[in-house]
Design a protein around this ligand. Sequence first.
Ligand code: SAH
Ligand code: SF4
Length: 363
Amino acid sequence: MNLNIDNILNKSVLTQQEIVYLLKTQDEERQLLFKKAAEVKKNTVGNITYYRGLIEFSNKCEKNCFYCGIRGGNKNTVRYELEENEILDAVKFAHKSNYASVVFQAGERSGKNFVDKVSSILLKSKELTNNEIGITLSVGEQTREVYQHWHNCGAHRYLLRIESTNKELYYKIHPQNAEHDFDTRMNALYLLKECGYQVGTGVMIGLPDQTPEDLANDLLFFKDFDVDMVGMGPYIEHSETPLYERRNDLLPLKERFDLALKMIAILRIMMPDINIAAATALQSIDPIGREKAIRAGANVIMPNITPTVNRKNYQLYENKPCIDEAAEDCNNCLEVRIKLAGDEIGFGKWGDSKHFANKTESK
Ligand code: SAH
Ligand code: SF4
């Protein structure tokens, strides 16, 4: 088949082959891809970047994903769990700074204590901000009842990356057992949708054995699932994890970074009105990685507002940026960075996924 960049970029529905073509573009063709994505962003979600204050409230985790530094099996990680008042202080900081939304993220845990703690911080966050704060949860796979309960307590968005939609690859990066079952994770995404959340998912880019075809299928899955939000970023090796054994089989960091930017740009073209996050992992490869993602089509950024003392222990991957900065410092630094990338900041606005609103209206 004769693939041509101009033809491809004029389409809104792309095939796997066309996506692979775009992932492999270089030089002028690569620039055309980014130019098109920037245009689509401008004309749909606009040149506005929304903040979600990220609160990594605990690094305790019952799972053992092969790539992740805070996996339960890593005995070198000092475990912490923020007190409720510390979490609420971070919420107050976000609210006072006009961030409008926060993300509560942690390792995955089950059990009543954990469920109750999350419920309590949801209710109290709403209460102390006059219901003004928007809340995203990212605490892994849970039962339908738990998802529903947390939704009732005030969470309205949920992030659960599928990590890779290729089942074979999924089991190369996770233990093959009931706690790490691909179908359960996939089903959790459907449960979240049924419970009324704006649903976000995503994948890691540049995993060992991952092909451009796999990445194209990931994007096609987001479209097929009709996702509202996507957060995807480069895979970055961590020396205290089993996947580190494959470190010599990886693409160079720069190439993983480039692929991640292209994934964002292609997704913006395929799904113009969704929210796309500029993943923090981009910034550990390139100091202005997140700004490049914003230019390439991303419209959400998650400034880390976890108390500084705990940040160093939430290392999913190594070289995580900004682990020594206080939240106030990030504030000033980011604002300048985003303006340089050509966007305004959506201060004081929830910046919900337009896609979610458009879907709901058309029902
Ligand atoms: N425990 C929850 C949320 C925290 S982990 C969950 O797993 O859903 C959040 C994300 O960090 C994961 O979905 C994964 O995509 C990403 N992550 C973990 N280790 C990583 C690594 N080494 N490189 C890049 N991203 C990583
Ligand atoms: Fe735990 Fe999430 Fe890391 Fe997996 S990716 S080990 S579930 S924190």
